[in-house]
Design a protein around this ligand. Structure first.
Ligand code: FES
Ligand code: FES
Length: 153
């Protein structure tokens, strides 16, 4: 089966029900995407598929064949993703960092779809768990980005 990840093609031969996360991390060695719960709860494994956030720990391979997958490794190739990373640095968001790939992916998807999200839209989109409790910094970074649509941080 052919996978399109970060604008590259990969041929993988695993069973179609294999979770995408296993392929990304174990087979292809892109370890920026994390395993947290394995149960679609924490969001550490979030990647973009055709611009939508999916939890790769519960996403079977055969559901993403031929679709455009973006992992944290390529998030800065996207102009919005680049601004999100800059805001994360400016606001010193990460603590241990474990959840942050998924948080950046979620924020990028939100801001691409809704450049100026309301507080409710931010709360609805930024639901990934963070055991270090960086929620306030995440909210501040996303708000900073939403008020600067089109600008470079
Ligand atoms: S590892 Fe996928 S949601 Fe937690
Ligand atoms: S920064 Fe440690 S889990 Fe979120």
């Amino acid at each position: 089966m052919n996978l399109q990840i970060n604008s590259q093609s990969y041929q993988v031969n695993s069973d179609g029900d294999t979770p995408l996360l296993w392929i990304i991390r174990d087979e292809l060695g892109m370890t920026g995407t994390k395993y947290g719960c394995g149960l679609a709860q924490c969001g550490a494994c979030s990647v973009l598929v055709d611009g939508e956030v999916v939890r790769s720990c519960v996403t079977p391979l055969d559901s993403v064949a031929g679709r455009q997958i973006t992992t944290i490794e390529a998030i800065e190739a996207d102009p919005v993703g680049k601004r999100v990373v800059a805001a994360w640095i400016k606001h010193q968001v990460p603590q241990c960092g474990y959840c942050q790939s998924g948080q950046v992916v979620a924020a990028t998807a939100l801001l691409k779809q809704t450049p100026n999200p309301s507080d409710d839209e931010i709360a609805a989109a930024m639901i990934n768990l963070c055991r270090c409790g960086t929620y306030n910094a995440i909210e501040a970074a996303v708000k900073d980005l939403s008020s600067k649509e089109g600008e470079t941080l």
